[in-house]
Structures are given as structure tokens and as C-alpha cells.
Design a protein around this ligand. Structure first.
Ligand code: FES
Length: 613
């Protein structure tokens, strides 16, 4: 549900930012000086003395007779003198829209608050230094008192905090003081009450919208949580249902019971019980190696149809990687490897081409692994969040990623196989060249295993099973080796090559003849090219044939595919009976080459290939 995640993400950004603002403004309200924040730094608390000559006062009734539209009359005092305030229109509060007439209580004459009168009223309320610098007549809205709806005199004083005193122009009422302290505090009130329109109220449209956004955040979060739960993302072991399965070996001898979580993949979950079935496709359903016999019979998948005949399917043969623990009661393990589980710690990670990274691991808390060159390890990729674009792409490689859409996703736990690219004779590090698989379209996730591993940080650990040794150099053979590969098929071929060199070094004997045909798209995709050029220069038994399918104009080497270059050079390498072929690369490259070699009379036993599809 990408749209749901998008809404959730942006709603959480909005809510998160506002929460931060509430936190900040809340802290400020706790430490601020209330007098300063109210603008009362220079508010005078002295009272004007009032002297009234009651005999001279005009009767309120007479005043009202002269102003028929009035709804009330109130005695008031300005500058110590008595006045009548006639109200013609009355709002709920004083700052609401009101209409007044001010009348001299001695003469009954109408009085207006002019500039001079407003200045005197403001001065009476002021206790600070400095004089009046300006007086302005303002209509609403006022910046300092946004709730004030009536016209007002703004009397400004020249002092250190720029005090302004506001006097209502019809009534002479003191609206309030404002200064730099109050204006600063008002910013925090605005942030706290989301009063971004400066309406002077928390009852605003922003808060209403915010409430809807928060509601969306909660709803999308809830839907997303339920969705992840349904897809098995949360495994609460205490509540998780378990399936009890009776195991048999291939001779139908009982191996006892195991318990697997329901809905768990058979190939992956057997690993938790230290049972590693053979697999060279990492659970993709293509290698056909993870055979088991299941009862009662479960649905046959298309991968099962490809690897078993009708009779076997009837007997219950299935591929473990294609089935789940539900409904399985008995399972016969046709083949089990003795591969062990290890925890590896990442010691190095670097891009060696725009899409391929070299990752180096060491066994954590254990001895270094010894393996035959060409072996692979099965990585147990945990459920995690992933991203279609890897982190920390070097600046010069970024243009190669510009066309890839940024996509964040979550994936379930899975297993992936990767070949080692070194020899245990040369290093105790486990080196891999991993291609970051991009998605062909937005409906398909990018390679979750490659993305997860290539985004691991140094020092992080991951569990693996292996080594699995299925692709290796023929022992005790001194025939000429022909290595053919492309892309990330480099890893096992490089492993064979460096192992041969290390063996001959140890024996003090010359290396076997090795011819390495390697294809890439462009020069930046040629992995370890400098290393191989150097080796070819210094070792007469090693020949390197790089070729590019989409070269730049200045490329002087071979162009085309690696298998084409092999065809062109085959007769010049050695007697065909004295050749051994080791292939690793895209399916098409391998099938074309095998077909060609078979047509040339090369025996199947002389062709080894690592099918990583
Ligand atoms: S077919 Fe199951 S692991 Fe390859």
C-alpha cells in the first residue's frame, strides 16, 4: 500500500514538527517572565486622582435624550475627569466590535479622542524612560493585539524595548502595552496555538486541519499495522502458533519432532533447527535442490512441476523453498548438508562499479572459515526496511542512480546465496561482490537481499550458513582453465583464479594456464580491471580478455559479449581436450556457451558452471 505509507509519512512529518514546536514553546512558557511577556515592563500602576463636582454633572437622562440611538450609558473617568460613555453597538467583549460616543459629564458635549488626548492617556499608563516618539491611528487588524476589532491610537515611546501603548479611539480605553518582550513571547504563543494567521485565538482553521491530519496519522498507522501483522511481519513468539512436524531421513528413519511457526517457509525455518537443505538458488525455486517429501499432500506449485514427474508429485515430493509449514505433519528430508551457521561481522563495504559493491566480512567470535574456491554462503536476511537506492553512493557514481525511483519498502525474512570472491589461502576475510538488484518496474521490489547487505554498516553482523562447495576447480588437474563470466559472476571466478595463484605460490610451481574472459557493459563496470591487467603483465600463464557491450568511443579493447570473444579465441588457447571451462554469469551467456562447447565436442565433465539465477 504505497499510497498509505506516503500519507502516513507526510502526516507524521506534520504532526512531528508541531509536537516539537509544542515542546519548545511549552519549555519557554515555563521559564519566561510573565510581566515581560504581557508587555507590562513599563506599565504604570499609579492611579489618577479623581475630583468630581457632582453639582455640575449633567443628568444621564438628559444626555441619553440627546443620543437616542444609544443602548446604555456608563460613567467613566479619563485623566481624572468624568465622562459618560454611550454604547450604540455592544460586542460580547470589549475588544469585539463596539460603537461608542464619549460625552463630557459636565457639559454634555460630545468629546473625541484625538492624537493629543490619546498621547496624554498613554503617558498616564507609562512608567518607563523616554518620550513619545510617534502616534498613529490604526484600523484593525493590529499586529500587537490581533483580537482588537475597534480603531485604536498607537502611541510609541522611544526606549530600549520599543514600547507601544494602544488607546481605543472612541472610548479612550487602554487596550494594552506592547514591547519587544511581548512581541517575542507572541511568537511562541503563535507557535503553541498554531495561530499562523495571527487571529489571536486557538480556535483557528490550522488546528482543525491539524486534528484531521492527526486522525489520518492514527488511521493509516492502524491500517498499516494490521496489514503488516497479516503479512506476518510481527512475530510475537508467546502467541505464535506452532506446527509440530515429524521428520524422517531419506531412509524413512524417524528423526523426531520439530516445531515450526505456522506460515513459515520450510527451507528457511529448518535452519532454526540446524538443518540446512542444499540450495544453490537461495530459495528461488530454480535449482531443484531442496527436495523434501511432505504428507499430507499439499498444493503443487509451478516450480514443483518443473522438478518432479507425476509419480514423484503423487508420492509427495516438493521443493521446501516453495512451501510453508501449515498443514505439514510429516516431512522426509531427501538430502541434508552439513553446513553450519556462523555469524559474520562486516569489516568493509565499497562500490567497485556503479551497481556492484565489494563486501568484506570476518567470522565473529570464531575461527576463520576454510572453503574451496568457488564456494558460496547462504545469508539469512532478516525482515527489515529497505530502500531502492543504496546509502553512501560515491559522488562520481550518483549519475548512474538518477533514473532509479526512490522507493522505501519493508520485506520479510529470506535467504540469499552469494559466492565468495577470494580464497581462504589468501585471506581470513570473506569477500563478496554483490550486485544491487534494481526493480524492473514499481510493482516489483528491488533485490531485498542485495539491498540489505549493501546498506549494512561496518561492524554490523549477519548470520550465514555454509560454506556450500558445489562449484570448484577439478582437483589435481593441470589442464588449461578457461574462466568465462560477466557482471557479478566475477566472484566465484576470481576466487578460482586467486586460489590457483596461491596454490602455485605455496608449491613453488608455475601457475596453470588460465584464460579469463570477462564481459561488462561499460568500462566503469569492469571489476578489478587494473588488478587483472597487472597480473596478465607479470604472469605469462594468465591471459585476461575484457570486453564491453556498450563501450565509450575511446575504448580500444574488444567489444561484444564475453562468449563471443571466447568463440573467436578458442582455437588459439590450447588443444580443446586440454581445456576446462568454468562459467558464471547471466543464463543466456551460459546456455549459449555450453551449447557452443558441446557442439565443439567438449565433454560435459569439462564444463563447470555456477548458476546463480
Ligand atoms: S529450488 Fe529450492 S532452494 Fe533452489
Amino acid at each position: 500500500m504505497p499510497w498509505l505509507r506516503k500519507i502516513h509519512k507526510w502526516a507524521s512529518v506534520i504532526v512531528g514538527v508541531q509536537f516539537l514546536l509544542w515542546l519548545l514553546s511549552g519549555i519557554y512558557f515555563n521559564i519566561m517572565d510573565n510581566t515581560e511577556a504581557a508587555g507590562h515592563t513599563y506599565l504604570s500602576h499609579e492611579h489618577q486622582e479623581i475630583n468630581i463636582d457632582s453639582k455640575r454633572l449633567v443628568e444621564p437622562r438628559d444626555v441619553l435624550n440627546g443620543f437616542k440611538a444609544s443602548i446604555s450609558i456608563t460613567p467613566t473617568y479619563l485623566l481624572g475627569e468624568p465622562y459618560y460613555l454611550l454604547t450604540h453597538k455592544k460586542g460580547l467583549y470589549k475588544n469585539f466590535e463596539n460603537r461608542y460616543t464619549l460625552v463630557d459629564a459636565y457639559t454634555g458635549a460630545q468629546v473625541s479622542i484625538d492624537k493629543a488626548f490619546a498621547g496624554k492617556l498613554a503617558k498616564l499608563s507609562y512608567s518607563g524612560p523616554g518620550e513619545i516618539s510617534s502616534i498613529k491611528f490604526l484600523q484593525r487588524p493590529l499586529d500587537d493585539f490581533s483580537k482588537q476589532k475597534n480603531s485604536t491610537w498607537q502611541v510609541n515611546f522611544s526606549n530600549d524595548i520599543n514600547t507601544s501603548i494602544y488607546i481605543e479611539s472612541e472610548s479612550g480605553r487602554l487596550v494594552g502595552h506592547s514591547d519587544d518582550h511581548k512581541r517575542f513571547a507572541d511568537i511562541f504563543f503563535m507557535l503553541h496555538f498554531m495561530d499562523y494567521g495571527n487571529e489571536g485565538s486557538f480556535n483557528n482553521i490550522q488546528i482543525i486541519l491539524f486534528a484531521f491530519v492527526t486522525l489520518w496519522l492514527s488511521l493509516t498507522g492502524l491500517i498499516w499495522t494490521v496489514d503488516l501483522g497479516l503479512r506476518g511481519q510481527y512475530k510475537i513468539k508467546f502467541f505464535a502458533k506452532q506446527q509440530k512436524i515429524k521428520l524422517f531421513d531419506k531412509h524413512q528413519k524417524s528423526m523426531g519432532y520439530i516445531k515450526l511457526s505456522t506460515h513459515s517457509n520450510l527451507l528457511d525455518s529448518l535452519i532454526d533447527h540446524d538443518i540446512a537443505l542444499p540450495s544453490s538458488c537461495g530459495g528461488g525455486g530454480t535449482c531443484g535442490r531442496c527436495k523434501v517429501m511432505i504428507s499430507p499432500h499439499v498444493k503443487v506449485t509451478s516450480a514443483d512441476y518443473q522438478h518432479f514427474d507425476d509419480k514423484e508429485l503423487q508420492q509427495g515430493y516438493r521443493l521446501a523453498c516453495q512451501h510453508f509449514s501449515n498443514d505439514v505433519e510429516h516431512m522426509t528430508l531427501i538430502d541434508v548438508t552439513d553446513a553450519e551457521k556462523h555469524t559474520l561481522e562486516l569489516t568493509g563495504s565499497r562500490f567497485i562499479s556503479p551497481m556492484i559493491k565489494e563486501l568484506r566480512f570476518k567470522v565473529k567470535n570464531g575461527p576463520a572459515l576454510s572453503y574451496k574456491a568457488g564456494a558460496f554462503l547462504r545469508f539469512l536476511i532478516p525482515a527489515a526496511k529497505g530502500c531502492s537506492i543504496p546509502l553512501n553512493i560515491p559522488e562520481h557514481l550518483k549519475p548512474h542512480w538518477h533514473h532509479i525511483e526512490h522507493l522505501e519498502y519493508e520485506h520479510l525474512a529470506c535467504t540469499r546465496n552469494y559466492s565468495l570472491a577470494e580464497s581462504s589461502l589468501c585471506t581470513d576475510e570473506l569477500v563478496f561482490t554483490i550486485k544491487i538488484q534494481t526493480a524492473p518496474d514499481h510493482k516489483i521490489l528491488p533485490g531485498v537481499g542485495s539491498s540489505y547487505l549493501c546498506n549494512l554498516n561496518k561492524g554490523k553482523c549477519i548470520d550465514v550458513i555454509g560454506p556450500f562447495e558445489e562449484f570448484f576447480a577439478k582437483p589435481k588437474s593441470d589442464k588449461t582453465m578457461v574462466l568465462l563470466g560477466a557482471g557479478s559472476g566475477m566472484a566465484p571466478l576470481k576466487s578460482l583464479l586467486v586460489d590457483q595463484l596461491a596454490q602455485s605460490r605455496l608449491k613453488g610451481a608455475p601457475t596453470r594456464n588460465i584464460h579469463f574472459f570477462y564481459g561488462a557493459r561499460t568500462e566503469t563496470d569492469l571489476l578489478y580491471a587494473d588488478e587483472f591487467y597487472q597480473l596478465a603483465k607479470s604472469n605469462k600463464y594468465f591471459n585476461y580478455y575484457p570486453t564491453l557491450s556498450q563501450p565509450h568511443e575511446d575504448w580500444l579493447g574488444s567489444t561484444g559479449y564475453a562468449q563471443q570473444i571466447l568463440k573467436m579465441n578458442l582455437n588459439n588457447i590450447d588443444n580443446i581436450d586440454n581445456l576446462e571451462f568454468y562459467l558464471c554469469g547471466p543464463n543466456e551467456m551460459m546456455s549459449q556457451t555450453i551449447e557452443f562447447l558441446q557442439a565443439k565436442g567438449v565433454k560435459d565433465s569439462a564444463i563447470a558452471f555456477d548458476d546463480f539465477s
